[in-house]
Design a protein around this ligand. Sequence first.
Ligand code: PLP
Length: 353
Amino acid sequence: MAALLEGGKLHKYGPVQGDPELREILSGVIAEEIGVRYAPPEIAITVGVKSGLDILVRVLLEPGENVGIMTPFWVTYPESVKIAHGIPCFLEADEDLRPNLEKLRREIEAKNIKALLYSSPCNPSGVVYTRDELEEIAKVAKEKDIWVISDEIYAKFVFDGRKHESILSIGGLRDNAILVDGPSKRFGVPGWRLGYVAGPREVIKGLTKLQGHVNSGTSRPAQYAMRVAYTSQKAREATDNMRQRYERNRDIFVRGLNEIDDVSCTRPEGAFYAFPNIKNFLGYKYEFDGRKYTINSSVDFRNFLLRKAQVAGVEGAPFGMDSHIRFSLATEEENIVKALSNISHAIKELRSR
Ligand code: PLP
């Protein structure tokens, strides 16, 4: 509201690349948090991370080029690549959902990958890439001269006292690495529809040019609000409170899940999701409302939980792993406890049939 009232100028079209004052602030935030300086011309404000990513891959790719996507992945990555007439190539993870760097190197060579795309902390697995893993990815990217798109939207939610590491801070990668991030998760404001992309000046120039035709830039009052959020001590504290809450929820939920027979869940190191393996329930049958059902996929397992536990998860298939299901931990602790109890009872009943 302040933005609308005080900033009368904000009714007019603004710079397509985004408010210069906001880009200056973000330049400082990136320097403080990642340790590298991206000047305001190397940053563009986008309509959420989603639209930033969409426009970015359209700028980077020629039709038919391959993009390596680390599995499991955020559901939109393959769709963005397809919209840009690229081809998604899925790079399988290890059993513990960590990136398999040997396979990654092999696939990048075999498939002539043009760009690599991942989120760390990862949605859906909660895996946080280590400095060593990022250095290995950086080495391959540099050797093969490919783009690395690093989605760090969950950077503020890293647990167990660990520090978020970004590939952008690895020396020599400045010409290859591109950061996508935004306020949606860190301030809990996905409705603002704002994000940003930071990378080589030519890439940002291309993105801005295309963005001018796609949406003429982002909402100016929302950018004003983003300026306030990124400079507010209160907002910083709110982010930290969220991280503590998600970490507590992770502790309770993941411990509880692993106590349920036949469920196994790797311990998320960040973000706010749990991504347990539910493959042991394939083939199980149950009854609901006078009808018989068989669980043959993650969608079937999701439906089973909705019907029998009143818990909503998201099936693993669109994240690249049909053997898994994703739960969000961005809720109150009492909901986490209730959900666990309901899931546990529903599975006990399922296994006893
Ligand atoms: N990237 C990841 C990994 C996400 O999980 C999400 C949303 O869930 C986004 C990007 C989208 O962010 P935004 O709401 O800023 O478009």
